[in-house]
Design a protein around this ligand. Structure first.
Ligand code: UDP
Length: 499
């Protein structure tokens, strides 16, 4: 729809406020594109480095005339002891500085409020990352409905909800490895204390105060958007709606709005591998034969643990792509690769990506047969969209929930058997758990085997991919939900005018 046309029709204006972490920023800018495709004028609040990093995802969409613009404010790095240009969690030299980064983000509040004050008419909706608390205050101040987004699925929301209400984890005392059943969920889900998100870890200071504020902020929001689709987790969507009311809109998978090859390459960082070389390598592999191993953007897995993974990939005798990155620990693992001549000795069947991978592009290639993932929700869902089975190696936060969803509920994944979360994003003081290379090999073999079990898992994965694609098409559940969301905001607007 042309911009002039939509403006004439009293175009809605959404102010979108993402959080500085690729796992949040990327789906948020995808969401901005979808909203704009539905005729909404979108303004994304951003900071200089993030504007360059994540803004480029929308270059094509903006050039094609979609009504999206960026509102850029400087982040006061110095004031919060952050290195110059550090605007995203994956850029932090030390994950203990996450709090400082979140604080720096609060400084945007005044600038955003000054912007809103001089706008006439005011934005119709604030769509903000749940983990930023201040947009809740801003929305209240200007009486603008706020929709929240935390990048997770309804399964996770329900796990957190029943854990918070029941405190069932207390039934195992201090035991880290004794399991308990999460009550009242559509499936029998068992977890241990050592697999729970930080919010349930009393040893992490300051968490309970922040979580309480989060809960209040969530209860005050007008609604919530979820990067998922109803057919994927219907029982959990229904349960979540019972908790939150009708204003829960599953509008994903958001990554499917990026359709062109060029859009799939440029996602949150410049790719560390040449697109054509990567495609040429993939083209030279047999269909469904390659393992793609990537552990997301923020996890900083111990080099000793990564070595086990590397050795497993090598001994699997299958072609593989390994994305080598471990934050401030990258140098150590790169040193091992060099000393052991790992790249040299696997070069006939391996592609190592040193840095940022064009993940969407890689996953959508028919050569990929399995995705070894840390179970971040975006990666998990991107794997679902690609129709490939997953090999699951969760690290922390809700990643153990996502593993349960994939392995137990959807039955499209095989776990490597990690038992423990690493404390505080895999930081040095408690580096998580060593999974031996044999465990990786076993899971890889199970996923790739040609027998009945493997075949059925692949079939289920392909089915889910079809359902995902259908959900975002016109008439699909996510497409309809996006229309419902926009209608709900329009109705709010009408009601306000009537008062
Ligand atoms: N990603 C990517 N290339 C990389 C690493 C990550 O494109 O080398 C993207 C990935 O496709 C996903 C996001 O970054 O969209 C990571 O989000 P996720 O929720 O999977 O994990 P997190 O990084 O938040 O742990």
């Amino acid at each position: 729809m042309a911009l002039e046309e939509t403006q004439e029709q009293n175009q809605l204006h959404f102010l979108v406020i993402p959080m500085g972490s690729p796992g949040h920023y990327i789906p948020t800018v995808d969401m901005a594109k979808l909203l704009a495709q539905h005729g909404v004028q979108v303004t994304i609040v951003t900071t200089p480095v993030n504007a360059l990093r994540f803004g480029s995802i929308l270059d094509q969409a903006i050039q094609s005339g979609l009504p999206i613009c960026f509102l850029e404010f400087p982040l006061p790095y110095k004031e919060f002891g952050l290195p110059e240009g550090c605007e995203s969690i994956d850029d932090l030299p030390d994950m203990k500085m996450t709090g400082a980064l979140m604080q720096a983000y609060t400084s945007l509040q005044t600038q955003v409020e000054q912007y809103i004050e001089q706008l006439n008419p005011r934005p119709n909706c604030i769509l903000a990352d749940t983990f930023l608390l201040w947009p809740g205050e801003t929305a209240k101040k200007f009486q603008i409905p706020r929709i929240m987004f935390d990048g997770m699925n309804c399964f996770t929301q329900m796990c957190n909800h029943v854990l918070h209400l029941s405190k069932v984890y207390e039934s195992v005392g201090d035991s880290e490895l004794e399991s308990f059943v999460l009550p009242g969920l559509p499936d029998r889900i068992e977890l241990t204390r050592s697999q729970l998100p930080f919010a349930f870890n009393p040893k992490i200071k300051g968490m309970s105060d922040y979580n309480e504020k989060l809960r209040v902020s969530e209860s005050e929001a007008y609604g919530v958007v979820v990067n998922s689709f109803e057919e994927l987790e219907q029982g959990y969507v229904d349960e979540y709606k019972k908790v939150k009311g009708d204003n829960v809109w599953c509008i994903g998978p958001l990554s499917l709005c990026q359709k062109d090859e060029s859009e799939k390459v440029q996602r949150g960082n410049k790719s560390s591998v040449n697109k054509n070389e990567c495609l040429k390598w993939l083209d030279s592999q047999e269909t469904g034969s390659v393992i793609y191993a990537c552990l997301g953007s923020v996890s900083r897995v111990e080099p000793a643990h990564l070595i086990e993974l590397a050795l497993a990939l090598e001994s699997s005798k299958r072609p593989f792509i390994w994305v080598v990155r471990a934050g401030h620990k990258t140098e150590k693992i790169e040193k091992w690769i060099e000393e052991q001549e790992f790249e040299k000795r696997t070069k006939d069947r391996a592609l190592l990506i040193h840095g940022w991978a064009p993940q969407l592009l890689v996953l959508s290639h028919p050569a990929i047969g399995g995705f070894l993932t840390h179970c971040g929700w975006n990666s998990t869902l991107e794997g679902v969209c690609a129709g490939v089975p997953l090999i699951t190696w969760p690290q922390f936060q809700e990643q153990f929930y996502n593993e349960k969803l994939v392995v137990q509920v959807l039955r499209t994944g095989v776990s490597v058997g990690a038992q423990k979360t690493s404390v505080l994003w895999g930081d040095d003081d408690k580096p998580g758990e060593l999974v031996k290379s044999e465990a990786f090999v076993k899971a890889i073999e199970m996923v790739m085997e040609e027998g009945k079990e493997g075949e059925e898992r692949r079939k289920r994965a392909k089915e889910l991919s079809k359902m995902a694609n259908k959900a975002i098409e016109e008439g699909g559940s996510s497409h309809r939900n996006m229309t419902r969301l926009i209608e709900a905001i329009k109705n709010q607007e009408r009601n306000t005018k009537l008062i």
